[in-house]
Design a protein around this ligand. Structure first.
Ligand code: SAM
Length: 284
């Protein structure tokens, strides 16, 4: 599976991404004898099995690429069961939580597993993710997906309420991540999972009031947290274009100035300039 590591060829049982364009792709489970429909026509799974990942296949009305899944591709193609986190925020979260191979992480809620896939790739092969979801159906679906994606060795999905019951582990986590409606109420129970010294907690909030409440809870005397930071990621496009700046008028076009310069053996300024020349403005 490509979620945790790469492999060269497609095999039966793999989850692959059918790519028809940057805004048009979907995942399929490759099964012998099956056929999937795309907007460019049908693709036979038997045709794909054994081929290298990245191969282009011609369908009746166009072509598709078969790609190895990654957490990033999964995030944009996964079946939504909840609001999900996207790659821009996910990158910042992984970085700020200081995750690396071997990290132990506690997450709640699991939701659609978008963030979980990225966490697992970062902490594998020696780390572990404990992810808590109080909606039974979502917990079950996430478990199934992790199994299908070959990730079961790195994660356990628990069906429980993180507000009431906290995380199922104590004093082991390097990092805690919360994406639930009232994270401020989870701080004290959830933080029991953090290792005795060090460790980081990150809470993702879609509104500033929730951020304020969470910060207040983290700042409570005896909470054990310090160095609290808030980040807002805003996407901004830049328009890069070429423009011409008018050259400074140094009076060099004046005939009198040119005559004087011509008399000098080594004039500080040459008599003429062309666009693009460096002008020693400081010496004028
Ligand atoms: C916004 S979704 C999380 C999305 C996830 N971060 C992702 O990237 O796919 C929030 C999830 O938290 C779960 N949840 C809400 N309150 C909870 C609680 N007290 N304990 C456990 N899970 C909870 C919800 O059922 C929902 O699935």
């Amino acid at each position: 599976m490509g979620f945790e590591s790469c492999k060269p060829n497609v095999e039966a049982g793999d989850v692959v991404i059918i790519f028809m364009g940057h805004d048009s792709m979907f995942p399929i489970n490759v099964k012998k004898g099956e056929i999937s429909q795309t907007k460019f026509g049908a693709i036979k799974h038997d045709q794909v099995i054994g081929h290298e990942y990245g191969t282009k296949f011609t369908c009746s009305k166009g072509w598709v690429y078969v790609l190895q899944p990654t957490p990033e591709l999964w995030t944009i193609t996964l079946p939504h069961r909840t609001q999900i986190l996207y790659t821009v925020d996910i990158s910042m979260i992984l970085f700020q939580l200081d995750l690396k191979p071997g990290s132990v992480v506690c997450e709640s809620g699991t939701g659609s597993g978008s963030l979980s896939h990225a966490i697992i790739r970062t902490i594998a092969p020696s780390g572990y993710l404990h992810t808590v979801e109080f909606h039974e159906g979502r917990a079950e679906k996430a478990r199934l997906e992790f199994k299908e994606h070959g990730l079961s060795n790195y994660v356990t999905v628990y069906h429980r309420d993180v507000l009431k019951d906290g995380f199922p582990v104590t004093s082991v986590a390097d990092a805690i991540f919360l994406d639930i409606p009232s994270p401020e109420n989870a701080i004290s129970t959830a933080s029991n999972a953090l290792k005795k010294s060090g460790g980081r907690l990150c809470s993702f909030s879609p509104c500033i009031e929730q951020v304020q409440r969470t910060c207040s809870a983290l700042r409570q005397k005896g909470s054990g947290f310090r160095d609290i930071q808030i980040f807002e990621l805003v996407r901004r496009s830049s328009n890069v274009k070429r423009i011409f700046v008018p050259m400074a008028d140094l009076g060099l076009a004046d005939e009198g100035v040119q005559r004087e310069l011509a008399k000098q053996e080594n004039p500080i300024l040459p008599c003429s300039y062309e666009a693009g020349d460096d002008i020693p403005v400081g010496e004028v």
